[in-house]
Design a protein around this ligand. Sequence first.
Ligand SMILES: Cc1cc2nc3c(=O)[nH]c(=O)nc-3n(C[C@H](O)[C@H](O)[C@H](O)COP(=O)(O)OP(=O)(O)OC[C@H]3O[C@@H](n4cnc5c(N)ncnc54)[C@H](O)[C@@H]3O)c2cc1C
Length: 284
Amino acid sequence: MGYGYHRPSTLDEAFLLADEIPDSRFVAGGTDLLVQLRKGEPEPSALISLRGLSELRGVETSKRVRIGATVPLSDVEVNPAVADMFPALAESITKLGSRQIRNVATVGGNLCNASPAADTAPPLLIYGASVELRDARGTREVTVEDFLQGPGQTALRSGEILTAILLDPPADGTRSVFLRKGRVAMDLPISSVAALAERDGATWPRVRLAAGAVAPVPLRLRHSEAIVEGTNLDAEIRARARETAQSEISPITDLRSTEGYRQHLTGVLVERALEHLAGEVGDP
Ligand SMILES: Cc1cc2nc3c(=O)[nH]c(=O)nc-3n(C[C@H](O)[C@H](O)[C@H](O)COP(=O)(O)OP(=O)(O)OC[C@H]3O[C@@H](n4cnc5c(N)ncnc54)[C@H](O)[C@@H]3O)c2cc1C
């Protein structure tokens, strides 16, 4: 591999380098990018490391939660505020790769790589998370749903950096859960499901469901949400949500699974996630 390597210490320096070096690529943990380069993806002229940029570090939990794009996943996983407010996100990270991978991989990289199976995406979708994007011209905020545009495709403009993930604390009493199934340890999921529900007495007025690895992008299951919202989440409703979820995804057959098994599994995971939210089974 014959490309250059730069480690800027300010965002302005990073923007300048990206502008001056055509065909350069940003790199955070490198756990996706370096694997892709070794597999024969076209080599960049240079890698620009994001690890020296202080604006991309740290987890702030004042009012809105701000997770810096280059915070290692293992730090996000054990952050008490994340575990308390966004348990489905923390759970998704415990399932991602190995401890060694999580020690270097980042949430920003998981989103920017835009794999349909990215483990942090379904939880970020149910929590209504946004991303902060910056370039030399300024800062903009985009929802994670709008950010993920297709396999390997995001809303990032040339030279733009994802600087942070932004989350609003959920309402008191909100429950959330993440379930996934892979073939073997350290493999991407065959299907993953995140679910969130807010309770009001005997009913659940607000429910969010999202799935990964079963469509070109991780997606909200809006038809299934409409089936369960405002109900008591009983067994009949959960079974209807399972069937609806199966009809609103578009899985493919690949080396990890067949289309049919993905469809079946996603319905089962949606039903089980709703059982967890309704309190009918213990922790996943
Ligand atoms: C053995 C192994 C197992 C894995 N298992 C899983 C798994 O179970 N689930 C899963 O979801 N993933 C898995 N992965 C994939 C990978 O570890 C994650 O996607 C990780 O979060 C990527 O983060 P990174 O910092 O290493 O990204 P990098 O490889 O550094 O970057 C990935 C892409 O995003 C761009 N990029 C990164 N950060 C930014 C930013 N802040 N702004 C703009 N562009 C940026 C890079 O240019 C590159 O195109 C696995 C990888 C390996 C090697």
